[in-house]
Design a protein around this ligand. Structure first.
Ligand SMILES: NC(=O)c1ccc[n+]([C@@H]2O[C@H](COP(=O)([O-])OP(=O)(O)OC[C@H]3O[C@@H](n4cnc5c(N)ncnc54)[C@H](OP(=O)(O)O)[C@@H]3O)[C@@H](O)[C@H]2O)c1
Length: 334
């Protein structure tokens, strides 16, 4: 038997424990072309909140009473596929459960010699690629420009800021605690950091960005995103990656009208999802792995121990409980 986590009630506002249920079920058996995987690590991500709503988006909503899924690292326990052997370490979109049966086409092996397995859920995984493509393809930071990133101490934001530094930019991060702002400056080499919970963001931004803002990497939306607009330079770029401050809103989130700011500065504001870049994942993965090996990229992970705490780890994302990538450890890799 194994445990799995199902969505049993759609959240209204901030999710609570009664939206989810732990269920005991049998471990499945692989058919031809499938493998049985023991779950080692589960990625918890803000976008999963959107999938809990019954609403059209770039990815279908979770069905009620179905197992929640996200990025997982696991180890092959039994293989009925010529592509995988017992003990291979793999990653793919799998269920929040202790064991999964997966088609061999839906998973891939990871190179655990290059980096620890969890890195494939963080810097070398979906969030690292999001940072890479959103910043470089849309943001296009140039030497000496000012780049501001919100959600800066999180999985995507921390990588965005470091890539911007690699490209020679002056980098300002916005995050929700003094511990996080100190981490950005002292550990990741950001030029300045703002604690949006204790500082007036507009005033702090004008002080931290004396030359205005050329790139704003948007992770949180809301009033933080609004505060950026008056400081945009001519031809500024705004990759819109996320808006976590509004994910639990029950009403439509209204802010200042953006058109005037964009027209006056000829700025580009463009939403994207990492899935837009699937054809270029190899390029992104190679670049991130190269910077990691050269010591130019650092990454942090907040690892919550135990499958029973998966929901806690997910809910913590909305309280700023994580530094770097939020991951749940379910079992050891053997
Ligand atoms: N477009 C894409 O393909 C794509 C892919 C991955 C992620 N994303 C988006 O990118 C953003 C970051 O994702 P991530 O995986 O890197 O998560 P993360 O930043 O590691 O974790 C979420 C962080 O958001 C901050 N936060 C929570 N509520 C907030 C609020 N009301 N106002 C401001 N900040 C708040 C918290 O940090 P503080 O302590 O700083 O508040 C929290 O630690 C999310 O919006 C996510 O949906 C988009």
């Amino acid at each position: 038997m194994q445990k799995q986590i199902k969505l049993v009630k759609r959240p209204v506002g901030t999710p609570t424990y009664d939206n989810f249920e732990f269920v005991d079920t049998h471990i499945g058996e692989p058919d031809e072309g499938e493998v049985l995987i023991r779950t080692n690590y589960i990625s918890v991500d803000p976008y999963l909140r959107g999938r809990m709503n019954d609403a059209k988006s770039y990815i279908p909503p979770f069905e009620l009473n179905s197992v929640i899924s996200s990025g997982v690292i696991g180890q092959v326990v039994e293989s009925k596929s010529s592509k995988f052997q017992k003990n291979d370490i793999v990653t793919g979109p799998l269920g929040w459960q202790e064991y999964s049966v997966a088609k061999d086409s839906s998973i891939r092996k990871i190179d655990a010699d290059l980096a620890p397995a969890t890195a494939y859920l963080s810097v070398l995984g979906m969030t690292g690629l999001t940072a890479y493509f959103g910043l470089l393809d849309i943001g296009q930071p140039k030497d000496g420009e000012t780049v501001v990133v919100s959600g800066a101490a999180g999985a995507v934001g921390s990588i965005v800021g470091q890539i911007a530094k690699i490209k020679g930019a002056y980098v300002v991060g916005i995050a929700g605690s003094d511990e996080k702002t100190a981490y950005l400056i002292n550990e990741l080499g950001f030029d300045a950091a703002i604690n949006y919970k204790t500082q007036d963001v507009r005033t702090a931004l004008s002080e931290a960005c004396p030359k205005g803002i050329d790139v704003y990497f948007e992770n949180v939306g809301g009033e933080i995103g609004d505060a950026i607009l008056p400081l945009l330079n001519k031809f500024a770029r705004i990759p819109v990656c996320g808006a976590i401050s509004s994910y639990n809103n029950e009403e439509v989130d209204l802010g200042p009208r953006v058109q005037g700011y964009l027209i006056k500065t000829s700025s580009l504001m463009r939403g994207f999802t990492v899935g837009d870049y699937t054809q270029r994942f190899k390029e992104g993965s190679q670049a991130l792995a190269g910077w990691l090996q050269d010591g130019k990229l650092q990454y942090e992970e907040t690892i919550t121990d135990g499958f029973d705490h998966t929901i806690d780890a997910f809910l913590d994302l909305f309280k700023g409980g994580n530094l770097g990538k939020a991951i749940v450890k379910v079992s050891d890799i053997e």
